[in-house]
Design a protein around this ligand. Sequence first.
Ligand code: ASP
Ligand code: MG
Length: 415
Amino acid sequence: MKVFKFGGASVSSSEAVRSSVNILKMYPGNKVLVISAMGKTTNALEMVARKYFNQDPEVWTVFQEVKSYHEGIISELWGESTELPEIEKMFGLLSNRIKGERSLNFDYEYDQIVAFGELISTQIVSLYFNSIGLKNRWVDVRNCLKTDDQYREANINWELSERLAKRLFTFEPDDLYITQGFIGGTLTNQTTTLGREGSDYTAAILANLLDAEEVSIWKNVPGILNADPDFFSNTQKLDELSYKEAIELSYSGAKVIHPKTIKPLQNKNIPLFVKSFLEPEKPGTVIHAVEHPLDLVPVIIVKKNMALITLTPNDFSFISINNVSDVFSLFAKYRLKVGLIQQSAIDLSIAFDEPEQGIDVLIRQLQEKFEVKYNTDLDLVTIRYYTPESVAQISAGRTIYVEQKSRRTARMLLK
Ligand code: ASP
Ligand code: MG
């Protein structure tokens, strides 16, 4: 059995949906296809969730945009003014949500709304494939991917999910199942999400639970590149990576795969292919168990929107392990994602993803014990397999706030 993951771009238009058929036909045998929301739907639904929560009547404008976008794709696939009852029902459920009374828990409301992107995209693709004779079964993944209730970043209940997944995906010969990435369900059947860009992770979880032979993630880039082509010229495709290397790269901010994707695959030694839906016959990048160290070119990963906090104890004492422990408890409490830490005798510097809602409360709490310096809008640049030239090139003309180097990796926090 093979697991396929089609990202938002690979189902963002009727042409994209049509050409995805050819990819599946290249692979005979049992398949599970995990799909993300179409195009930029998740961003739009995030806006719906926010406006709904703030009781902004403009919510209906965005709702209508999402609906029209999908209706456009449907009419291109089936012909002008086709109505699909399954999709009408989904939009009916979503609009009832928006009309209904909201709770006080934004993360909960967010998941209930944003999950519709994947529920709708999978329905459309499944119905279209069946209509052209590519037989498949639509699965509501919330019935088998069971999570806790940490909304917007739910954790998988692995044992229960394994039992349920094995019951749900029975695989008659040549079966194709189509299901949602990114979403799950609690024990009481509330919808959860696994974190933005989480569909890769879903593919890896299902592959692990169902003992897949391989996973392939289909994107609009030829594989994993050594730098983001939007910002760098002369990028090179990496033909293969070890699991460990892939974790390092994705954790440092390489956007090609979600950082949580690798572990479930590594644990069962399942190879992961990152391939282009524009050139499906090309080999892409494979992530697998490699024994020998790979001789790689410098790999540059830029993570934007980082914030830096530098703390100095108010009482002129040194940074103690108790200070550090207090500070990290606060970071855990506010669910901040730390990217880099540096400590000296009297300073503790922590770089983290700048949260949308700001961190005023955190700063006030830290100020009880520390002098707090705070910078935002920084880039965290990681260079794996750095060379003196690559470091010089990246940092030229920019202020370096923090710099760290190990044998293989250079990291810089830059303005
Ligand atoms: N649709 C979700 C997102 O855009 C999940 C994903 O694409 O992986 O974040
Ligand atoms: Mg997406």
